[in-house]
Design a protein. Sequence first.
Length: 263
Amino acid sequence: MKEPISAPSWAPWRPFVTLLRREVWRFCKVAGQTLLTPIITASLYLFVFGATLGERIEVLEGFSYAQFVVPGLILMGVINNAFANSSSSLFVARYIGNILDILVTPISPAQFILAYTLASMLRGLLVGAAVWAISLFFAELPWHSPLAALAMAALASFLFAQFGLIAALYANTFDALSMFSNFFILPLIYLGGVFYPISILPPVWEGLSRLNPLFYLIDGFRHALLGVGDTSLASAFVAALLMAGALFGWAALLIARGYKLRS
């Protein structure tokens, strides 16, 4: 009598791997929109602030303006694309109804979140790496703490992948989804010290800037690359970890409850 064939040990992870591959393939097959467009946009920023203003303005002693602004532009690409990937993918799946095909598979909430998160992190980090490669034509970065810089970029992409999932669950229309990016993320990025150090602001505005959660991501990443910043690297990492943990818990709670996933 033949013994029954047992399932491979990795079988419980098969739905996760399938979903992850689908999410990666989704943004790769439209790379012109998901990868090339943000790279071109960042290249225009680099041209304006690197080639034209880079050697004419100095906001940080010992560094050109191009060196100062490049870290912020790299992280801006990471943040925007990590958010865009998870938010658009989950919202479209809800909108057209094929999210139900995922929910009937034996995939756990943790695997569901992890698949969307890893795909979004990959897209964000790919764009960030491309922006860095293009920035070499305009400025050379000292890479003071390369491991810390990579860790901060990974944290930022993880954080905004979670925020993208949350936005996709709360938004009921495409306009509502775009509001998260246009009226929340972009203003916080621009006011978070991408184009200027907050230390040059009047004390009141500097204090308000320190309430901006994205300031710690941007300044921490710049600190890791240049070796100087408006806050300590440890403070930036603590703030980033707290935000990432809070958003992950929020997203996990919503998905575990099936919030708006079946309606």
